[in-house]
Design a protein around this ligand. Structure first.
Ligand code: SRM
Ligand code: SF4
Length: 516
């Protein structure tokens, strides 16, 4: 493996160079020393880059206050784990919070390097890990947030997701086999009918499909967003049984690791290799790596529903039990919220909590008899089960508050602007508005009804924050990526533009009209 990588990288970019000098995972054994010397005295490459291999992100916007990106396979955690995370951010007072991410995950903020060894001990004791969650590693693996609860689901993917994560991370201990990929890598395993994971934007996506009356998965590969290019995943022309999922993920990762393009980081995601080789050669390499044959894809998959957002009260497949989806505005949680969610999950459910790619959360397993009492809980005023239609579908990436790539502020602006629009418009249905602070597209504007991508504009002769507008994103069955329809609108001028788009394309009516 090493020889293939080093042969290829004769013209190494700076990332390939520092990875070759020292694998990112090595910092796992140096955390005590980092804690002693402090962030200012640390080697800069360790601090700014290698720490991301254990999920610890230096934030140049808030130096000394790190972000910790967890792994939450299928977006599932329990009340004890939520409490452990709440205790971690609580100690940082105003600096501490946690964001639910667009990959069904949690990112904690305000973290001090001196606390990392203790935090990692607590995570391990609570059976959680943040390993390999950043840089050239496989990100949090997503699945339906109602896996195992949904009467209509085909495959409960939770165990498979866990097995794939365990393979990639050596059960959370860190796995040097997969810590030097050419670039980041996303995997999703959908077991439901509504493509809740956005299969189309993952490097590998498994979608349920029957073959000769046996239930398994069709496989899509190469989906990704980047500043340079966005591509929807394409069929590998393979159908696998659930038992083959781990082996196929391993084989694809090995092929990508050993042959993925490394010279230019802008052209290093899996799709660039598929382009270079062509699908037939790529598929053949994967088959060879697996050491067995791959069946051709089933002619049809079972994704035949519109995408659900899971907000509200829904009966589970288990008689007498319900799951309740709570809307978390722009995905942000503070320590008191997290303690309260943990308490509710224990008092009313079985302690379980689920996260969604829409940055919301679900409390499952609430008996019919406890539902009314649950719905009276005061925190539901903050985390509503019936939010207004625009607020309901709002998604936003981190933006300039914490992210140094950001060209604009996102989360707070997104929320206040959507509330203003909601005050002016009558809406008959939700409109999915996604904000992303720069072309990296973490907030997925291309999957939205209206996507807003941060950019810099000139307004009154001065540089100002602005957005490019995306439209046409379709999710669920037959998902389609949206594209840019308008460029360079100053954020200060955005409200009337959005208002008009909502009236023209989404049946919104001005409130003054509906009142006459
Ligand atoms: Fe992302 C880099 C945040 C989902 C594409 N992303 C970053 C960094 C790590 C940049 C940095 O170091 O500051 C951001 C951290 C900011 C911070 O402090 O929070 C960041 N990405 C996020 C999150 C938190 C957005 C959110 O608010 O939910 C999401 C975390 C997911 C997780 O739990 O792991 C997040 N990022 C995504 C997605 C959406 C998805 O996976 O469905 C994408 C597009 C899909 C994809 O990757 O193909 C995405 N992030 C990127 C890219 C562009 C990748 C590329 O190939 O060029 C970067 C930049 C990079 O990797 O060089 C990036
Ligand atoms: Fe940061 Fe840009 Fe990603 Fe938003 S889209 S989190 S601004 S890198």
């Amino acid at each position: 493996m090493t020889s293939v990588i080093s042969n290829q990288s004769s013209s190494k970019n700076k990332f390939e160079k520092f990875k070759a000098e020292k694998d990112g995972l090595m910092v796992k054994n140096e955390l005590d020393r980092f804690a002693q010397v402090g962030w200012e005295a640390m080697d800069e490459t360790d601090r700014d880059h290698r720490l991301k291999w254990v999920g610890v992100f230096f934030r140049p916007v808030t130096p000394g206050k790190f972000m910790l990106r967890m792994r939450m396979p299928s977006g599932v955690l329990n009340s004890h784990q939520m409490r452990v995370l709440a205790e971690i951010v609580q100690r940082y007072g105003e600096d501490g919070n946690a964001d639910i991410t667009t990959r069904q995950n949690l990112q904690l903020r305000g973290i001090r390097i001196e606390d990392i060894p203790d935090i990692f001990d607590r995570l391990k004791a609570a059976d959680m890990t943040s390993v390999q969650s950043g840089m050239d590693n496989v990100r949090n693996i997503t699945a339906s947030p109602i896996a195992g609860l949904d009467a209509d689901e085909l495959i409960d993917a939770r165990e498979l997701v866990q097995q794939v994560q365990d393979m990639i991370t050596n059960s959370g201990e860190g796995n040097p086999e997969f810590t030097n990929l050419p670039r980041k890598f996303n995997i999703a395993i959908e077991g439901g009918r509504d493509n809740s994971v956005h299969a189309e934007i993952n490097d590998i996506a498994f979608v349920p499909a029957f073959k000769d009356e046996v239930l398994g998965f069709n496989v899509l590969v190469g989906g990704f967003f980047s500043a340079k290019r966005c591509a929807a995943a394409i069929p590998l022309n393979a159908w696998v049984s659930p038992e083959e999922v781990v082996a196929l993920c391993r084989a694809i990762l090995e092929v990508y690791r050993d042959h993925g393009l490394r010279a230019n980081r802008q052209k290093a995601r899996l799709m660039w290799l598929i382009d270079e080789w062509g699908m037939d050669k790529f598929r053949a390499a994967v088959v060879e790596q697996m050491g067995c044959t791959l069946q051709p894809a089933a002619p049809e998959d079972e994704i035949d529903w519109d995408k659900r957002d899971h907000i509200g009260v829904y009966p589970q497949k288990q008689a007498g039990l319900n799951y309740v989806g709570l809307h978390v505005p722009i995905g942000r949680l503070y320590a008191p919220d997290m303690f309260e969610i943990a308490r509710l999950a224990e008092v009313y459910g079985n302690g379980e909590i689920r996260l969604t790619v829409e940055q919301n959360l679900i409390i499952p397993n609430i008996p019919d008899s406890r539902l009314d009492a649950f719905l009276q809980e005061p925190i539901l005023e903050k985390f509503s089960i019936a939010p207004t239609p625009l607020v309901r579908s709002l998604v936003s990436c981190t933006g300039s508050q914490f992210c140094n790539f950001a060209l604009i502020e996102t989360k707070n602006r997104a929320l206040s602007l959507i509330k203003e629009l909601e005050a002016e418009l009558e809406l008959s249905r939700p409109i999915r508005v996604h904000w992303t602070g720069c072309p990296n597209s973490c907030g997925q504007p291309q999957v939205a009804d209206i996507g807003l991508m941060g950019t810099k504009v000139r307004k009154d002769g001065k540089a100002a924050e602005g957005v490019d507008i995306y439209m046409g994103g379709k999710v669920g069955k037959d998902a389609v990526l949206g594209s840019c329809v308008q460029k360079g609108i100053a954020c200060d001028d955005l409200k009337p533009v959005l208002r008009e788009l909502m009236i023209a394309h989404f049946d919104a009516k001005p409130k003054e009209e509906t009142m006459v």
